[in-house]
Design a protein around this ligand. Structure first.
Ligand code: CP
Length: 310
């Protein structure tokens, strides 16, 4: 692969290459000096058309740990506000020497267009409702660290699945690696086309009652209610959502004893997750963030073509 646009075309072997490379990166991160020269002389650009804390910061840390030069370009502080197009912006960044462009965009598919026109490698850091492959990789890597193998594990994803690029990439990754996936949420916030046998969507179970959905789950992943992407009029109120779908410690009693409670962040505390679940002993939310650095180092390293120089 020259670009990372989603994980829907990954083979199980390719997931394993990313995970074992991330293991090597985790070992580097455990050293007193966390810097290796692997990407010396390469320029990584973080091109963000949408806000981010975790993804942008962890790509910057990951690139710096690999000794790349890093440039951060945000749409609001660039000539994008003057009307410069995506393609012209990419050409400008290439002319400045970008080797890898990490791109977040509010339009689904924008990184695919970028990949068609760019000589640099494009990494999708989240495109609209569509995909967020490095988030899925870090989530799967976190599960693998705790559980060893992923095959046969039960994952329940709860909340606004329809608008969640994180959920879409995770559903591809989880099902390709042999996990059983259950989706739970208000029907207006579940993906379109689930009951269409011709739809290009992996096989998942839908369970609207949260108590049933989390029963025996090895992983419970809560998602943020994405009010900014939702159409009004079709939604439950926040009060109704909390009552029916919030992950509480009481509801988690039905899950497997060693269930992992996950959330991609940012968390709307006491909406999708009760505080006691978000910060309880089963929560791995902060580990997800830390593992994001190892996974992003692995992806930058694998796409750089600099293998063997760790
Ligand atoms: N999980 C995630 O993508 O978070 P940010 O929007 O803060 O990058």
């Amino acid at each position: 692969h020259r670009h990372l646009l989603d994980v829907d075309d990954f083979t199980p072997e390719e997931f394993e290459i990313v995970f074992s490379t991330a293991d090597a990166m985790s070992e580097i991160l455990s050293r007193p000096i966390k810097k290796v020269p692997a990407l010396r002389g390469q320029t990584v650009v973080n091109l963000f058309y949408e806000n981010s804390t975790r993804t942008r910061a962890s790509f910057e840390i990951a690139a710096k740990n690999l000794s790349a030069d890093v440039l951060n370009v945000t749409s609001t502080a660039s000539s994008i506000t003057k009307g410069e197009s995506l393609i012209d912006t990419l050409k400008t960044l290439e002319a400045l020497g970008a080797n890898i462009i990490v791109m977040r965009h509010n339009f689904s598919g924008a990184p695919y267009l970028a990949a068609k026109h760019s000589k640099a490698s494009i990494i999708n850091a989240g495109d609209g409702w569509h995909a967020h492959p490095t988030q899925a990789l870090l989530d799967l890597y976190t599960i693998r660290k705790h559980k060893g193998s992923l095959a046969g594990l039960k994952a329940t994803i709860v909340g606004d699945v329809r608008h969640s690029r994180v959920a879409h990439s995770n559903i591809w990754g989880m099902t390709k690696l042999g996990m059983e996936v259950t989706l739970c949420g208000p029907p207006t916030l579940l993906p379109y086309g689930l009951d269409n046998p011709g739809a290009n969507f992996p096989k998942v179970r839908v369970e609207n009652q949260v108590e049933k959905a989390v029963a025996n789950a090895d992983v419970v992943m809560a998602l943020r209610l994405q009010r900014e992407r939702q159409q009004s009029g079709l939604l439950p109120s926040v009060r109704e959502y909390v009552e029916r779908y919030q992950i509480t410690s009481e509801r988690l009693k039905k899950a497997a004893k060693d269930v992992l409670v996950m959330h991609p962040g940012p968390v709307n505390e006491d909406i999708e997750l009760a505080t006691e679940s978000a910060y309880g002993e089963k929560s791995v939310i902060n580990e997800q963030v830390s593992n994001g650095v190892a996974i992003r180092m692995a992806i930058l390293y694998l796409l750089s073509g600099r293998q063997g120089e760790l």
